[in-house]
Ligand binder design. Structure first.
Ligand code: S3P
Length: 176
C-alpha cells in the first residue's frame, strides 16, 4: 500500500526529529509514527537495553522490519532513528512512504542536543563528541542520497523547522 504524501524525517541523533515530528503532528493533525517507538514496543524493551543485550545488528534488523511493515492508511508524519539510512533496503521504503526530509546540523550542535539525553547507546564512548563527528562523516552521504528536502536546523527552534518543512511541502504540492 502506498501513502505518498507522508512527511518522513531522517537525520542524526540530536537533529530534533522526535520534537519536530511532534510539532508537525500538532500543526497538521496527521498521525505520527516513530520507528524507534515501534521497535521498542515490539521488542518489549528500551532500545538501549536491546542494544546492550542483542547488539546493533539485531537492532538494525528490527528497525528495517518495522520500516518495511509501515504502511499508514493515510498521509502521516514518520519519524525515524538516526541509523535508518545504514541499510540500503531502507532507502526505498523511506521514499515509498513520502517526502524524505533531512534535518541537518553540524557536529557541535548535534552533540549539544544529543547530550540532553543519556540513553543513546552509540554515544556511550570515552569521547562522545568525537563519536558524533565520526558517525556524521559516515552517514552524511547516506542522508544526502535518501533526502528529497534538506533543512538546516542550526539556530532554529522546532516550530521554525516545522514551518520550513510545511512551506516546502506546500510548494511541492502546488507545483504538481
Ligand atoms: C541511532 C539513533 C537512535 C536509535 C538508536 C540508534 C543511531 O534514534 O535509533 O539508538 O544509530 O543513530 P535517534 O536518532 O532518535 O536518537
Amino acid at each position: 500500500m502506498n501513502s505518498p504524501r507522508s512527511i518522513v524525517l531522517i537525520g542524526m541523533m540530536g537533529a530534533g526529529k522526535s520534537s519536530v515530528g511532534r510539532c508537525l503532528q500538532r500543526r497538521t493533525g496527521l498521525l505520527r509514527f516513530d520507528t524507534d517507538e515501534i521497535v521498542a514496543t515490539r521488542l518489549g524493551t528500551s532500545i538501549s537495553e536491546f542494544f546492550a543485550k542483542q547488539g546493533e545488528e539485531q537492532f538494525r534488523s528490527a528497525e528495517a522490519d518495522a520500516l518495511a511493515n509501515l504502511a499508514p492508511a493515510e498521509p502521516s508524519i514518520i519519524v525515524t532513528g538516526g541509523g535508518i539510512v545504514l541499510r540500503d533496503e531502507n532507502i526505498s521504503h523511506l521514499k515509498r512512504l513520502g517526502v524524505v526530509v533531512w534535518l541537518e546540523a553540524e557536529g557541535a550542535t548535534l552533540f549539544q542536543r544529543a547530550s540532553r539525553r543519556s540513553d543513546r547507546p552509540l554515544l556511550q564512548t570515552d569521547n562522545p563528541r568525537e563519536t558524533i563527528e565520526k558517525i556524521l562523516a559516515e552517514r552524511r552521504p547516506l542522508y544526502a542520497k535518501a533526502a528529497d528536502v534538506r533543512v538546516n536546523t542550526t539556530n532554529r527552534n522546532h516550530d521554525e523547522v516545522a514551518d520550513i518543512i510545511l512551506e516546502e511541502i506546500e510548494n511541492r504540492t502546488a507545483g504538481q
